[in-house]
Write a protein that binds this ligand. Sequence first.
Ligand code: ATP
Length: 498
Amino acid sequence: MERIIEKKQNNRSEILDKIVSLAKRRGFVFQSSEIYGGLNGCWDYGPLGVELLRNINEEWWKTMTYRDDVEGLDASILMHPKVWEASGHVENFTDPMVDCKQCKARFRVDLLSEMINEKKKAKALEDLRNEIINDSKLVDKYSNAFQTEDPFSAVLEDQDLSTKLLQQINCPQCGNKNTFTSARQFNLMFKTFIGPVEDSGAVVYLRPETAQGIFVNFLNVQSSSRQKLPFGIAQVGKAFRNEINTKNFLFRTREFEQMEMQFFVKPADDKKWYDYWKAERLQWFKDLGMTENKLRYHDHPKEKLAHYAKEATDIEYEFPFGWGEVEGIHNRTNFDLSRHEEYSGKSLKYFDEESKEKFIPYIIETSAGASRSFMAFLVDAYYEEEVKGEMRTVLKFHSRLAPIKAAILPLVNKDGMPEISQRIEKDLRKDFKVFYDDKGAVGRRYRRQDEVGTPFCITVDTQTLDDQTVTVRERDSMEQVRIRIDNVSSYLNDKLKF
Ligand code: ATP
């Protein structure tokens, strides 16, 4: 068997289209409000999708909180508006955007580089150089941009050069030149109002990240759970960002789920714990079967660090459209707790009984997207294989993530086979998400289960009637073993353990 999708390097968008279409056809993901034409950047998880998402959340929750130094939390989505002033989101959570005056399309300036091909970028940069040739200040800035890995993006990031470069670029949507407005900062937080009066005093925000709920509860959790440093607080929940451009299916959406953990440490221990969590988090993806060479770290260079961060890395996955972040690990220093202390007027200091010192802990953050991880696990599991001259599509999910753990199939609909199968189904349902299917040839039923990633198919056949055994077919190897009906449940239990 061969992994055909790996050969189709030049056909990456076709693969994504196939995955999106499978996701819809088999009930993983639907467009939000589809019958009304959809709502951009929002998606609904169907019967199988919600199982996969819950399994990802569950695996994360177990790994992160079934340990003695991490506690769980579920903070509310709406928070006091001052939280977002203290966090810096009101002031800084912005992206630069431009509109095309011709076709009205809107773009995030920092993402334009990904939308324009290399030849056009080189041409635009050359035209810009000719235009600024007599302005030595701009020429210096231009040369500095060429010291970086991505000169085009570096030029776009510079306020003076950016406006001029935008005049040289053709709009990626309508192709017209010199049609961009100048760049404006756009705050990504969704605003709403609390109570009946829609005035500025009633403004609240849908949280753009779950982390702040953890920071403001630091002392509540610490004192109620009697934790000592180092310890962490973990939370899974929805976050909302009014992204300028949503794209690539679940990769960048306006409503999504995060799985975040903030680990509070003594300042002197920050490096040790940063390195520890960096390694742990990559391992989590690997342990759940993600292809190793499609995972990598992207360490942020010092000059690109967010204002609060001392060190940061992204765990990236190689999606069909290229490498993209699935999780960020940051050393946030004492920035967050200091700011909340300042804005709330309440002390958030920790008293260390050993040294008798009072101080604000440092925070090491692990911030993963549940929906982005969902997409990475889905893409990674997708294979098209040739088996005995026929193609099969199979989702090779780790069995812990698979939405359905086993399918029970009577070989034929007679001779008592359906009754035995239903008894097995009823028994397994107590512990596992299983599926009963008696429609069509058994080979086709196997294929239907392969396509949704069911790791085991249990078939009741003629021999079952004689000796109370069934076959169990394993999805990836397609090998079959015969086991006693009494042992099916413990067999599955064993196989679903790590
Ligand atoms: P990006 O640069 O891709 O916008 P970010 O650096 O702003 O992401 P963080 O604020 O670090 O992302 O958020 C942590 C995680 O939340 C990301 O690694 C990603 O998995 C997820 N995430 C962030 N924004 C979105 C989004 N719009 N849609 C889906 N997931 C998201």
